[in-house]
Ligand binder design. Structure first.
Ligand code: SF4
Ligand SMILES: [Zn+2]
Length: 136
């Protein structure tokens, strides 16, 4: 019987110093954490799609660029890794990764993303017409 169903295991990067994921000189430590993570592959894929900066799923910015997925604004190998400022989705994810409560601008960015996602036409939605019980 499984007796360890109480809480999900925290990801190796949660609570880790965010600097190790963004400072090229310290990526070895980030890779080590990612190597022990159950999400290595999906994390790496998502970072490629999102054109992230930093180390995700054990893959650095340079490696993503070499694989054909350069981070947004990438200008080449020597390009310094810059953290996306607060108010962006990358910063929002950075907060979560650092187990921080996302700051208001970052939370707003996440809300915008959700609102955008929810406004995409999906399936049939109710219109503004409200039928009241008294109408009949
Ligand atoms: S960055 Fe991604 S792969 Fe690395 S520890 Fe965090 S969730 Fe896991
Ligand atoms: Zn923020």
């Amino acid at each position: 019987m499984n007796t360890t169903t109480d809480a999900p295991t925290p990801l190796p990067c949660s609570g880790a110093d965010p600097d190790i994921f963004h400072n090229e000189a310290r990526t070895a430590r980030a890779r080590k954490l990612c190597a022990a993570c159950p999400l290595t592959n999906p994390c790496r894929e998502q970072a490629r799609i999102d054109r992230e900066w930093g180390t995700w799923g054990g893959e650095t910015s340079s490696e993503r660029a070499a694989a054909g997925y350069p981070p947004a604004g990438w200008r080449g190998r020597g390009h310094k890794v810059r953290l996306k400022p607060c108010g962006t989705l990358a910063a929002y994810r950075r907060h979560l990764r650092a187990k921080q409560k996302p700051c208001p601008p970052c939370t707003a960015a996440e809300y915008r993303r959700r609102a955008e996602r929810d406004s995409r036409p999906r399936r049939h939605r109710t219109t503004a017409t409200t039928r009241t019980r008294s109408a009949a």
